[in-house]
Design a protein around this ligand. Structure first.
Ligand SMILES: [Zn+2]
Length: 83
């Protein structure tokens, strides 16, 4: 990010100080938006992983994934899921 600021400041056609300020402002906005985008993507992926790994209960008897819903008995083998 510092490199980007310096490069932008050097290629800025006006004076160095206004170039630095512009680079800082642009850099902050870019970092902020990228960070926000990344965080929301990360959140989505985490939610997906959670859904795939933790939120699918498995029958302790036959090991098959129990479909969504509050099942008291395994729909595959009839084993009681309430312990
Ligand atoms: Zn089962």
């Amino acid at each position: 990010m510092i490199v980007f600021c310096v490069v932008l400041a050097l290629v800025w056609p006006y004076d160095f100080v206004s170039g630095i300020i512009t680079a800082m402002v642009v850099g902050t906005v870019v970092v902020f938006s990228v960070d926000r985008h990344y965080r929301s993507e990360e959140f989505k992926i985490l939610g997906l992983i959670q859904q795939m790994t933790f939120q699918i209960p498995k029958c302790p008897n036959c090991g098959k994934e129990i479909p969504q819903g509050d099942f008291e008995f395994c729909p595959f083998c009839g084993n009681s899921l309430k312990t």
